[in-house]
Design a protein around this ligand. Structure first.
Ligand SMILES: [Zn+2]
Ligand SMILES: [Zn+2]
Length: 343
């Protein structure tokens, strides 16, 4: 079968290759992939920075994918050939204390699809049925694939942020996770959701945020606090969602949150940060974190996208699977927000 493979431990070395087809084990569903999206961690795998030395090489990339069930192992009870499905990204163990408490997103022996084990940028992928979700009938495979990053945003917004109706919310980082988080905050009844980006985002990402109905601040050109006050009439935000993963954004995020407010960190930071905690302590500012998503967050995403309450279409650029490597290059050059490969 055709697959996009990270072949060597060096930057680049991602190619379209012919590899053996997987066979479903006892509790596994074999999915004939129809749509697979390129995510930030796929781009990191391409660039191969030091923090990615843990990955298996060679490995089939991709953890955002959907398709038809092709075949099932003998112990599979919930799916049959022909079903339209989405697979979760994390291969949690199901038996560690966190998994047993339902906190599968912080499983003690979690493996990541497309990094530790072969991923979804291939004609077929075999996954345990506990990771598989049915797709609502009215959703295209491209939209369903976006339910994966959407679930990450929803875990942050619905489970961790504590956003309440009428809150003033600021979202740092107008990437996919930030734009989905902003939409989740709006659904919770936030009075205003302001999306904040840098000069790098001015060409592509901030205009998409505006298209989705959000007011934006480009801190490359505008003063953050003045911009926020101009939009909201308030000096500070009740809740900040930090989705950029940029160390530089942290100081701004802490500056923007009001006394008694909270900040939820969703971004993954490439290096350490020097933070003066004194103003945070004096303001009783709560710092929360959020990592990946649970089964329920996937179901929420599929449902809210299918009911038209969360928009994913404006985020997507599609590529034929054969041009998958070009999609990586375009995403790295910030030409596109979310490349989706069609098989
Ligand atoms: Zn992803
Ligand atoms: Zn576990």
């Amino acid at each position: 079968m055709r697959a996009i493979v990270k072949e060597e431990r060096r930057p680049g070395a991602v190619n379209l290759r012919s590899v053996p087809e997987p066979r479903p084990a006892g509790d596994e569903v074999l999915i004939r992939v129809q749509s697979a999206a390129v995510c930030g961690s796929d781009l990191h795998a391409y660039e191969y920075p030091k923090s990615y030395e843990f990955m298996k090489v060679p490995v089939i990339l991709g953890h955002e994918y959907s398709g038809y069930v092709e075949a099932v192992g003998p112990q599979v009870t919930l799916f049959k050939p022909g079903d339209r499905v989405l697979g979760e990204s994390n291969r949690y163990c199901g038996v560690c204390p966190n998994c047993r408490r339902g906190r599968t997103n912080i499983c003690d022996s979690n493996l990541m699809t497309g990094l530790h084990v072969d991923g979804g940028m291939a004609e077929f992928i075999a996954v345990p049925q506990k990771l598989v979700h049915h797709i609502p009938e009215n959703l295209s495979f491209d939209e369903a694939t976006l339910a994966q990053p959407c679930s990450v945003s929803f875990h942050a917004v619905f489970d961790n942020s504590g956003i309440r109706p009428n809150d003033m919310v600021a979202v740092f980082g107008p990437g996919i996770v930030g734009l989905m988080a902003a939409q989740g905050a709006r659904l919770l009844g936030a009075a205003e959701v302001v999306v904040i980006g840098t000069g790098e985002d001015a060409q592509n990402r901030l205009p998409v945020a505006q298209k989705l109905g959000f007011k934006t601040i480009n801190i490359g050109e505008q003063d953050l606090l003045a911009g926020f006050a101009g939009i909201t009439g308030k000096e500070r935000a009740d809740v900040v969602l930090e989705c950029s993963g940029a160390v530089k954004a942290l100081a701004d995020a802490f500056r923007l949150v009001k006394k008694g407010g909270s900040i939820t960190l969703v971004g993954i930071y490439g290096s350490g940060a020097e933070i003066n905690f004194a103003p945070l302590v004096r303001g009783e500012i709560q710092i929360k974190t959020s990592y990946t998503a649970t089964w329920e967050n996937y179901e929420q995403s599929l449902s809210l996208i299918s009911r038209g309450l969360v928009q994913v279409r404006p985020l997507i650029d599609t590529y034929p699977f054969e041009e998958g490597v070009q999609a990586f290059v375009d995403a790295l050059n910030k030409k596109v927000l979310k490349p989706v490969l069609k098989l």
